[in-house]
Design a protein around this ligand. Structure first.
Ligand code: SAM
Length: 214
């Protein structure tokens, strides 16, 4: 795996593209400019690896479109030291972004093949989240609370159990909808019992499959 000037150039173009689509957070853009996405999607050409498109990965899953990764990352407002739960490790690309933003990351994936791949691969790039295999729709209560929770698959509802695993002031970012289209949804935990929910733009994710999901 090598990262050449050509790859760096393609990343600059990608950053320009997602900036034009509305991403403003300079730290997020910097992380995208730094992380070699072509390492995460080795079977594709460099041009496809750096197109602003979701791509198929193993186990019938996808690496999200860079714009979508940036959109969710921007919404999270990660502060260095934030404890973040990521549900749906997938290729590990979003995980790498969260780590670049200074978070401590707990990431869970239900597909064993992807779990095995990312646990072997991410540390080779110096990315060391806490990896878990299983159904993340229940969160990971034994490590809660989290400052931020990001769900990278489409859910039918906002699972109550995830809300309970947020700190007060903590934020959940989750796509919610049917199997065709989901609205990006943020839920801020205001107090022990109060939450503020906001629905944003529409996206299309692979389904969140599990106990509190499809
Ligand atoms: N952010 C990821 C990336 O950059 O590659 C995108 C991952 S993909 C869009 C969503 C992932 O969520 C898939 O790998 C899928 O297997 C996983 N997933 C679906 N339901 C899950 C669940 N209940 N718990 C954990 N992972 C789940």
């Amino acid at each position: 795996m090598i990262d050449t000037y050509k790859h760096k150039g393609l990343r600059k173009i990608l950053v320009r593209t997602i900036k034009e689509k509305g991403i403003k957070d300079e730290r997020v853009l910097k992380a995208i400019e730094k992380i070699p996405r072509h390492f995460f999607v080795e079977k594709y050409s460099d041009e496809i690896a750096y197109a602003d498109k979701a791509l198929k990965i193993d186990a019938g899953q996808t690496i999200s479109q860079p714009y979508t990764v940036a959109y969710q990352s921007e919404l999270l407002h990660i502060q260095p030291g934030d404890k973040v739960l990521e549900i749906g490790t997938g290729s590990g690309y979003q995980t790498a972004i969260l780590l670049e933003l200074g978070a401590t990351v707990y990431t869970i994936e239900r597909q064993e093949m992807l779990y095995k791949k990312t646990t072997a691969f991410l540390p080779t790039l110096g990315y060391n989240p806490h990896f878990f295999l299983g159904d993340g729709s229940n969160g990971i209560p034994e490590h809660a609370p989290y400052n931020k929770i990001i769900v990278t698959a489409g859910a039918p509802i906002v699972p109550e159990t995830l809300l309970k695993q947020l700190t007060i002031g903590g934020l959940l970012v989750i796509p919610v909808g049917d199997e065709h289209v989901q609205k990006m949804t943020t839920v801020l935990r205001i107090s022990e019992t109060d939450y503020e929910k906001i629905e944003l733009d529409q996206f299309r994710f692979v389904p969140l499959i599990g106990d509190k999901a499809w």
